[in-house]
Design a protein around this ligand. Structure first.
Ligand SMILES: [Zn+2]
Length: 218
């Protein structure tokens, strides 16, 4: 899943108004942010196999430290605790922890049966929606647009930046989703994947930070 995760971040702003949208983006995408680092250090493995699913070419050979259910719980505790140490905001801490864990459950809908329950077992799950292009896009867009609507109405803009940057962010995320679904397969090189993915995420998270600074609770 891609923009669905961001949709949940947008919606989570309503549950934890003190937390920046950028932090909520980091939370729902935390395990995907960690993933390229583990790939570069050969801890986890992926193969690019064009046509592997109908919507993307990723064959996730081994990624139990980022994408197992158990580690989702662990990372939720870790990221939530880090936030608590800095902000002492218990509501924000709980929402951030749950956002981190939500990644696994949203991925469960779209991934083929490649998501492990624990790093120790071989049992893997996934409903495989990635093999249905239209359904994948519909589910991603419903979650994304519902979340965006919640954020756009729960907050109001302080100035023009808060308005136009929000729509820039929304447009960018939809374009990336469409590009991922219909565009060419990415390079097979782990290093290139690392650079392009982390750069894209850094841009998205920076814009989210900028958007949130220029908006306030309505
Ligand atoms: Zn993921």
């Amino acid at each position: 899943m891609f923009i669905g995760h961001f949709g949940l971040s947008f919606a989570a702003k309503r549950a934890a108004p003190k937390v920046s949208l950028a932090t909520l983006f980091i939370a729902t995408q935390f395990i995907d942010l960690l993933w390229p680092f583990l790939l570069v250090f050969h801890v986890e493995k992926v193969a690019i196999v064009p046509g592997y699913t109908k919507t993307n070419p990723f064959d996730f050979l081994y990624f139990p430290y980022t994408h197992s259910l158990l580690m989702g719980v662990v990372w939720g505790f870790v990221v939530g605790s880090i936030y608590w140490l800095f902000k002492r905001d218990i509501r924000g801490t709980v929402v951030i922890g749950l956002c981190v864990l939500s990644h696994w459950f949203l991925d469960l809908i779209v991934h083929t049966a490649d998501l492990p329950l624990t790093p120790f077992g071989d049992y893997k799950v996934g409903f495989g929606l990635w093999n249905h292009v239209a359904l994948t896009l519909i589910i991603e867009l419903i979650i994304f647009l519902a979340g965006t609507y919640i954020y756009a109405t729960f907050t109001k803009t302080r100035n023009k930046i808060g308005k136009w940057m929000l729509w820039t962010l929304v447009t960018l995320l939809v374009l990336v989703q469409v590009g991922n679904t219909f565009g060419p397969a990415p390079s097979d090189s782990v290093m290139k994947l690392f650079v392009s993915f982390t750069t894209l995420m850094a841009i998205i998270i920076s814009i989210a930070y900028w958007v949130d600074r220029n908006r306030e609770q309505a």
